[in-house]
Design a protein around this ligand. Sequence first.
Ligand code: DGL
Length: 266
Amino acid sequence: MPITPDQPILMFDSGVGGLSVLRALRRVLPQAPVIYVADNAGLPYGGKTEAEIAARVSGLLGRMTERLRPRLVCIACNTASTIALAAVRDVLEVPIVGTVPAIKPAAGMTRTGVIGLLGTEATIRQGYVDRLQAEFAHDKTLLRHAAPDLVTAAEAMMRGGDDAGGAAQRAAAALRAMPGGDTIDTVVLACTHFPLMIDDLAAAFGPGVRFIDGADGIARRIAHLTDGQPFARSVPDQALFTRDDPGLIALAPALARAGLDHTVIF
Ligand code: DGL
């Protein structure tokens, strides 16, 4: 079936983290219709088991692609991608772009050879991360830390709260306290929520530390896979949530800034 101009790109995360990827996508493909899906009923993914995440993500994306007919699905979530990407690709016909912790570029950036990696509990224990480390950073030290409270802080910040500083300080202190942590010069933000708090993280780590995440690479990959396709919006871009919650009202301004003016409960 040929792609129709208004067929959306579906961008999926457990919450607001995928907005950091959407921001990068808007820069390269401003004309692309987007449906942003937040599985807020399942948030946070980071504390769930692999089986729970795989079943949840495959089931939801199956239903959503059937109903919304996207031209491409972007799993804008490291936790879901490192666990469920292969399973989702097996069952869906539509092209899927996942989010991979940016260990490869970090290995090229570090001068001290010591890289920090911040992710969710589920992401940092994945074999997927072990394999990226073995392939691209075997001669570096990769220090991993799970920072679930950074997810909570990013969700709160996007609703107008300002508590990100404490969570960022705790994440930086935990990585610094690991053997070799005092020489970290590069930090991989392996959770899409974390680039939303880059200012707090930069302040917490101090000068001389660079941050890298996957958003620009994902946006380029999507642009490549949709190269030559027609794009035209027939309806405003929407944000879909899997659960109604009173906090969604406070989130509306941040969604509007991301070009998502309509909120729908799926
Ligand atoms: N944004 C998600 C990620 O990139 C995780 C947030 C969560 O724990 O649900 O890993």
